[in-house]
Design a binder for this molecule. Structure first.
Ligand code: SAM
Length: 295
């Protein structure tokens, strides 16, 4: 494989990406050319929403080609176009042969939630100390246990006193289903896991089966009635919109557990939920907080 590398200003990223695909690039990736420098201007976007801008102020495009001639030809064709002004050809590199499966797998190790609760990829043996294990491989949906928001929710589940989690649990925004599966491992027996993304619903069903866990995975209409515990790891903006809906699903005496919230967003979340529940911050990690309430 060969990669053609180009420097492209923000307003040309999409056009150049499309042109490279027309020229038979196998893939095109876009990197921030100013990443990790003083000139870096990070772009933050909400999952599922279009990116806030088409590219960084200076983007590095890397297009993959089957052979060197195709990569060089694409570079020559692009350089001759009038829209190439302001762009730069950085060169063509040979990409060394790699065992991509092994390389990807090496990036995922078992994740410790508590000393005896671990998330373990299928190609690893669980650590000896692990009494509770979720077997999970990275897939299409969010939630491998490596993100602090997921870890805090799982830690909350694992550290409940006997019976406190309850039997009936709702995982709202289930992604890979990791929280729903975690709830099952800690005693919940009637679990609904819902997500707006059909791929997440599928992924949850698959992961539940792989963990020998019974749950109902569905689109959001699958959330019905009152639950002992409602878990939602989404992001502050959707969590504010969902406040009345999520609170309505918490039974009298039940718990609401919210994640995906940055430390500086604590007050806006408290205000949004105040008509129904009193949220408090009950955990934090790497600038993210866990907010919980009891009805
Ligand atoms: C950050 S991921 C969390 C995944 C998993 N629960 C975890 O804790 O790792 C958020 C998930 O919420 C879903 N989501 C976002 N907005 C939603 C909404 N309004 N209703 C239901 N699901 C939503 C996304 O599709 C995504 O799968």
């Amino acid at each position: 494989m060969f990669e053609l590398r180009l420097m492209v200003p923000e307003d040309r990223v999409e056009l150049m990406g499309e042109a490279l695909e027309e020229l038979d690039a196998l893939s095109v990736s876009v990197e921030d050319a100013d990443a990790h420098t003083d000139a870096e201007q990070a772009l933050f976007g909400e999952p599922g929403m279009p990116p806030p801008r088409e590219g960084w102020q200076r983007s590095r495009l890397v297009a993959l080609f089957q052979d060197e001639a195709a990569a060089r030809h694409a570079g020559q064709v692009l350089a001759a176009q009038d829209f190439f002004e302001g762009c730069e050809l950085l060169g063509v590199n040979v990409l060394p042969e790699q065992d991509w499966v092994r390389l990807t797998q090496s990036q995922f190790s078992p994740v410790e939630i508590t000393s005896d609760f671990w998330i373990v990829p299928s190609w690893h043996e669980p650590p000896e100390a692990a009494r509770h294990v979720i077997r999970l491989d990275p897939g299409l949906a969010f939630g491998t246990g490596t993100h602090p928001t997921t870890r805090m929710c799982l830690r909350w589940i694992a550290t409940r006193a006997e019976g406190e989690l309850g039997a009936r649990v709702l995982d709202y925004g289930c992604g890979s289903g990791i929280l729903a599966i975690g709830a099952a491992k800690f005693g919940a027996s009637d679990i609904d896991a819902v997500d707006i993304d059909p791929a997440a619903v599928q992924s949850t069903q698959f992961n539940a089966q792989a963990n020998h866990v019974q749950l109902n995975a569905a689109l959001p209409e699958g959330a019905k009635g009152a639950y002992d515990t409602v878990l939602a790891n989404i992001l502050a903006t959707p969590l504010k919109v969902l406040a009345p809906l999520l609170c309505a699903h918490v039974r009298e005496g039940g718990a609401l557990v919210l994640a995906g919230i940055l430390e500086r967003q604590a007050d806006e979340l408290k205000q949004a939920y105040a008509p129904w529940l009193q949220l408090t911050v009950s955990d934090s990690e790497d600038g993210w907080i866990l907010m919980t309430a009891r009805r």
